[in-house]
Design a protein around this ligand. Structure first.
Ligand code: ACO
Length: 319
């Protein structure tokens, strides 16, 4: 018996920025962006905020799960780009939803954030400390991207995804999952606090990235972590119906599929229209797949993410 995702929801900003619009801001073009990343367009916040998008995604997930906000006893928001540090985004979302019985907090594990939130909540459920948890990945990355840096501003998008999880029934709960971190390699993807002590603030507050190192990290570590999850779940790679991966870019997903010797059709992607939404990318993709009827009961799914920290991990789900 497993911890189950009972409902999903998502919210994307109204405004769409396509590659042609980005090429008005920096020296780039649609062909370069699409061939390197697969990305055609992304959503960017206008009047939306992290809290407003998270609340809409959460309301949809609650409705999908058929439960009320009052039933939620744990509310975790993963974000690296919310407009607010205090109060935490999770507490503001709690207020919006009226989730009065929830303990609420934020976590930062960058693009692995939804994976980490799931595993922390699943552990609480397994320990008997939570019954129904609401997990949200929300990002306003357009707030922390340097719109003069063509190496990074083409990659990211804004949005929110949410999932409600609970134990399927009473009894022993299995959570075949893996998490890793390597702080010694943290410098390959950073965003410094602009209120820090550094005198030269030219790069502070913006995402800075060594793209090639991130690429190498992802295509090595994600297949390895998937092997670890398969072993824990006692499944073969062929038994897995879908691999729902962090949507950083198409070339990374294709390289992972190749290393696993699995058909690319098992690797759904939405970065074409959403860009890289960091911790929102996996829950948004899950919600899109669900709405499209591509997640059927009993399907075997591996979800895996990787990101700044460095952090990476994943879990096996039965839908
Ligand atoms: N448009 C046109 N030219 C560009 C652009 C652009 N947007 N960006 C960079 N270039 C140029 C560079 O200036 C460079 O020119 P030069 O040879 O004259 O110096 C050339 O293109 C090659 O630049 P690289 O940075 O080496 O480009 P690369 O082929 O490595 O592609 C990319 C960059 C797409 C970022 C790649 O490294 C990659 O896929 N990395 C993975 C990183 C990633 O996806 N990060 C997402 C965030 S992290 C996460 O989600 C965990």
């Amino acid at each position: 018996m497993f911890v189950k995702i009972k409902g999903t929801g998502s919210c994307l900003p109204e405004k769409v920025l396509d590659n042609a619009a980005i090429s008005q801001l920096v020296d780039t073009n649609d062909e370069w962006i699409q061939s390197r990343t697969g990305i055609k367009s992304r959503h960017i916040v206008g009047k939306e905020t992290a809290v407003s998008m998270a609340a809409v995604a959460a309301e949809k997930a609650l409705e999908d799960a058929g439960i009320t906000a009052e039933e939620i006893d744990l509310l975790i928001v993963s974000s690296v780009s919310s407009e607010q540090l205090l109060p935490c985004t999770a507490c503001s979302v709690q207020k919006e939803l009226g989730a009065v019985n929830a303990a609420a907090f934020d976590l930062n594990a960058a693009c692995s954030g939804f994976i980490v939130a799931y595993q922390m909540a699943a552990g609480q459920i397994k320990a008997g400390l939570s019954k129904k948890a609401l997990l949200i990945g929300v990002e306003c990355l357009s707030n922390i991207v340097n719109w003069k840096d063509r190496g990074t501003c083409i990659l990211f998008g804004d949005g929110a995804g949410a999932a409600v999880i609970s134990a399927e029934e009473e009894g022993n709960i299995e959570i075949p999952s893996v998490l890793h971190s390597d702080g010694s390699r943290g410098e390959v993807l950073t965003c410094k606090n602009p209120t820090g002590e550094r005198k030269d603030r030219s790069l502070e507050g913006y995402v800075a990235m060594d793209g090639r190192e991130i690429y190498k990290f992802a295509v090595r570590q994600v297949p390895a972590v998937i092997d670890e999850i398969l072993e824990k779940a006692e499944k073969s790679v062929e038994e897995i119906d879908l691999f729902v991966l962090h949507q950083a870019n198409r070339r990374i997903v294709e390289a992972i599929a190749k290393r696993l010797k699995q058909p690319i059709e098992k690797f759904p992607m939405d970065m074409m229209q959403n860009g890289n939404m960091s911790s929102a990318s996996i829950p948004v993709l899950l919600d899109e797949l669900k709405q499209e009827g591509k997640l059927q009961p009993g399907m075997k799914i591996i979800v895996a993410g990787f990101g700044a920290g460095l952090t990476w991990g994943g879990m096996y789900l039965e839908w």
